[in-house]
Design a protein. Structure first.
Length: 491
């Protein structure tokens, strides 16, 4: 709906639209003989800018400038201003923290950027902690998050595409990529998908992640969330796309593969020999956390002959007074550790770690003394839980926990054959996934597409001097990210 030329009609329509919203401020004032009207949202604007850059200039210093274009060009001393011609643009600007100025006998309005959102300072990372490396993390303010990334990428090719998503929330979304390195089809696909989202609100990057995932029924994350600006910047340098969602301290990185969820920012700040060993340990720990309980059930219940004799006798003697079957033992302990994990998340940080350790020791020892479970089951459940913490991505850890219970139940009914079958089903499911055209198990499958060079950053991390090529996510014309003597970068 277009703005009226009569100021009285404009005031009436705006006030009727915001009726009942007591935090919307209306102010009438004069510019010489011309009547003016201003509207903004209280507490989310910079009051000093409104008083000094708008009111003082228009009311005191600019009484000769009465045309709306002249006021916008000569009197508003704010860098970001815009002339709009519809009420929808006025309402969006007011709710976003801008100030709108209207004058009589003009069918346009001035939108002045006066945002002053309450926000916290740059925090330290909470979920992706490193010993060596940057400590800053993203905040809930999207504009600050884009600055944290741009601070690390001082390249004119870094592009920021701004989109509003959510019919009512009108959440600011920023799609960031390096033009020339990121594949055009991926960028276009991401922007197209965001524009196609038709929902009331987008409150967090978790909302956006679920809308952008193609296989939303899969428990495994196909996009990567991170709270670290250095990780987001590194992904952009690789040719990937970053989606910044306002009001969320996490950004989305895509495409993503299974291998990426085992990588930590610290892998590239420490020596390659040490971090390669830790990479292998993470993969081994992930496999152990998923498979160990199910394998224990399959062997002890169906094929105890495959267990070494001394170990089998130890397990049997430990279960002498246990009244429950093996599957019940495993589920009791796994459930107890899951509850401890969930309770530790809800507790204040200083208490959570101590609660988890003490609670695990007390419950485990008490359950064994009471004859509810055997000591070996306590070890199995504890080892499975500890191994899951070695994976640096919380979303992928949750997927591994769900896969663990799938293996447990199939192994319970089908024994060792069920264990192998369930593992095969999980691997087949992972092989069927893809993230924006990239196979989920890349480079373990399809690594030849990039000349097998992406294996340099999988189970082991070769020295940085040897990682000359960008991963498969980037354009073929920009495959080289460093030059060595005698070699020239592909232009």
């Amino acid at each position: 709906m277009e703005i009226y030329k009569e100021l009285s009609k404009n005031k009436e329509h705006i006030k009727n639209t915001f009726y009942g919203a007591d935090d919307i401020v209306f102010k009438e004032f004069n510019n010489g003989t011309t009547k003016c009207f201003m509207v903004y949202t209280d507490n989310i604007v910079d009051s000093a800018s409104i008083e000094n850059a708008i009111l003082t200039n228009i009311m005191v210093r600019g009484t000769t400038k009465q045309n709306i274009e002249e006021i916008e060009k000569h009197l508003i001393s704010v860098g970001e201003t815009e002339l709009v011609e519809s009420f929808e643009q006025i309402f969006d600007a007011v709710l976003l923290g801008d100030t709108v100025v209207l004058t009589d006998n003009d069918n346009k309005a001035i939108v002045v950027s006066t945002k002053g959102w309450p926000s916290r300072g740059i925090p330290e990372t909470q979920t992706e902690i490193v010993v060596q490396g940057p400590k800053d993390a993203f905040t809930e303010q999207g504009s600050i998050n884009t600055v944290l990334i741009r601070r690390r990428i001082r390249d004119i090719a870094l592009k920021v595409k701004r989109i509003k998503c959510g019919r009512r929330s009108k959440t600011d979304i920023a799609v960031m990529y390096i033009k020339g390195i990121a594949k055009d089809e991926i960028v276009k696909n991401v922007i197209k998908q965001i524009n196609s989202i038709d929902v009331d609100c987008i409150l967090d990057s978790g909302y956006m992640e679920q809308f952008l995932e193609k296989r939303y029924k899969s428990p495994f994350p196909q996009l990567q969330l991170t709270e670290r600006p250095d990780k987001a910047a590194s992904a952009i340098y690789e040719g990937r796309v970053v989606v910044v969602v306002d009001n969320s301290p996490f950004v989305i990185i895509l495409p993503s593969t299974l291998n990426i969820f085992f990588q930590s920012s610290e892998d590239y700040y420490e020596r390659w020999e040490i971090m390669s060993c830790l990479r292998i340990l993470r993969f081994f720990a992930a496999a152990l956390s998923v498979a160990l309980p199910g394998l224990y059930i399959a062997l002890t219940v169906y094929r105890p002959d495959l267990i070494p004799t001394e170990l089998a006798l130890k397990i049997s003697s430990g279960r002498t007074n246990v009244p429950f079957p093996t599957i019940a033992e495993v589920l009791i302990m796994e459930t107890a550790f899951e509850l401890l994990r969930e309770a530790g998340v809800r507790l204040p940080s200083p208490m959570s770690s101590a609660f988890g350790i003490v609670g695990g020791i007390v419950i485990g020892s008490a359950a064994v003394d009471a004859g509810i479970v055997g000591p070996v089951v306590v070890i199995i459940a504890a080892l499975s839980g500890i191994c899951s913490f070695a994976v640096p991505n919380p979303a992928f850890v949750s997927s591994l926990r769900l896969a663990k219970y799938f293996i447990i139940f199939i192994s319970t009914f089908m024994g060792l054959f069920g264990f192998y079958t369930s593992v095969f089903i999980i691997l087949a499911h992972l092989a069927s996934l893809e993230s924006y055209g990239v196979p989920y198990l890349y480079p373990f499958c399809g690594g030849s597409v990039n000349g097998y060079t992406d294996f340099k950053d999988t189970l082991i991390r070769v020295p940085l001097k040897k990682m000359e090529k960008r991963p498969v996510f980037s354009k073929m014309s920009q495959k080289f990210r460093m030059t060595r003597k005698g070699k020239e970068e592909t232009k």
